[in-house]
Design a protein around this ligand. Structure first.
Ligand code: C2O
Length: 347
């Protein structure tokens, strides 16, 4: 068995891939990334202030205007620039739909439905945050998180319906004040607000607590390099609310509920980053409960030494190992704590 290799993308192989509905899609970078110099990831200078992520619904107009300005700047960069907004969105398309082959394999490298899910998305948001901070000249900038696991956060945060935060391809029936359905399965449940909130909290309890007692149930299956390792087992939270809310936000008038509803287009909607900041936060909440802090979720070196590529805020192509993705203290950001009402919502 191929349990000793590493899982990584082969940057020389970018090719057309397939959407969730098997429609061909092409989202490769304009120039081959394998021609760029690669830098090993380094933690930022410890004198840098820690970035504190706060719930989206608490953001004030100053913050909203600043982040919007950065989004506009990113949208104006040419597509050749890795900091261009669409290029960042296409990173998700590349890694979600399998535009690269796995290293030493003809298998398509994909980061969903396995133990790659949480760390890859953490670093995608991490660099988005640092890019925004850099463009604003603000090294304290932190992305907002959409805390849809709390009744206060169970609607699309209002500012995402304004200005550069708008994505026209969203389900109109799900704009505020509609309460999210965190187990949405393409069918409207037709619950009233109170019932929907109760249903959301009970579902959160299942996904975070009763259904997530083993590491693989929460983190996703252990995917190994090569054919033996093509596991397909998303963790509880990845399956829903994560996938469910992607579909819930996207437009019912689009074939794959684009933009948020399909991997290739999801990160074109600015709310993607707030959604994933909450996913990332829930990972830290689960980890604290299960491991009381800093032990790694898995000790398999194939996981710890596998790595991702991203462009950093200085446009350098960086290689980061999963072992360096596991401690947000070291990554120098944190989450403002909010109540976890689902902890007491055992169905
Ligand atoms: Cu790569 Cu929210 O999905």
């Amino acid at each position: 068995k191929h349990r000793h290799g590493l899982l990584a993308a082969d940057l020389s192989t970018c090719h057309r891939s397939l959407t969730n509905a098997d429609v061909p899609v092409y989202c490769c970078p304009p120039k081959r990334e394998s021609d760029e110099p690669v830098y090993d990831f380094q933690f930022s200078n410890p004198t840098e202030p820690k970035r504190i992520r706060r719930p989206a619904y608490l953001m004030d107009e100053d913050y909203i205007a600043k982040y919007e300005k950065a989004i506009k700047i990113m949208k104006q960069f040419p597509y050749e620039d890795p900091l261009n907004f669409m290029r960042q969105a296409d990173m998700h398309c590349i890694y979600c739909n399998g535009a690269y082959n796995q290293l030493n394999s003809s298998y398509w490298y994909k980061i969903h439905r396995s133990w790659l899910f949480f760390p890859w998305h953490r670093i995608h948001v991490y660099f988005h945050e640092r890019i925004v901070g850099k463009l604003l000249g603000d090294d304290t900038f932190a992305v907002p998180y959409w805390n849809w696991d709390h009744p206060d956060g169970m609607v699309i945060p209002e500012f995402y319906t304004r200005g550069a935060y708008v994505d026209k391809d969203r389900d109109r029936a799900h704009l505020p004040p509609e309460i999210v359905d965190d187990s949405f399965d393409y069918v409207e449940k037709g619950l009233g607000p109170e019932e929907q909130i109760a249903s959301n909290l009970a579902f959160m309890y299942t996904q975070m607590v009763s259904g997530a007692k083993k590491t693989e149930l929460f983190m996703g299956c252990k995917r190994f390099p090569g054919e033996e390792g093509d596991c397909d087992g998303p963790g509880t939270i990845e399956l829903a609310p994560h996938n469910a809310l992607h579909a819930w936000v996207g437009s019912g008038l689009q074939p794959e509920r684009e933009n948020m509803g399909a991997f290739y287009s999801a990160a074109r909607d600015p709310i993607f980053y707030a959604h994933h900041a909450n996913i990332d936060r829930l990972w830290t909440v689960w980890k604290l409960k299960r491991f009381k802090g800093h032990e790694p979720e898995f000790v398999d070196t194939v996981w710890l030494d596998s790595y991702f590529y991203f462009h950093d805020e200085n446009r350098r192509l960086v290689r980061i190992k999963i072992r360096d993705c596991l401690d947000i203290e070291k990554l120098n950001y944190g989450y403002e704590e909010v109540e976890l009402p689902w902890l007491n919502a055992r169905p």
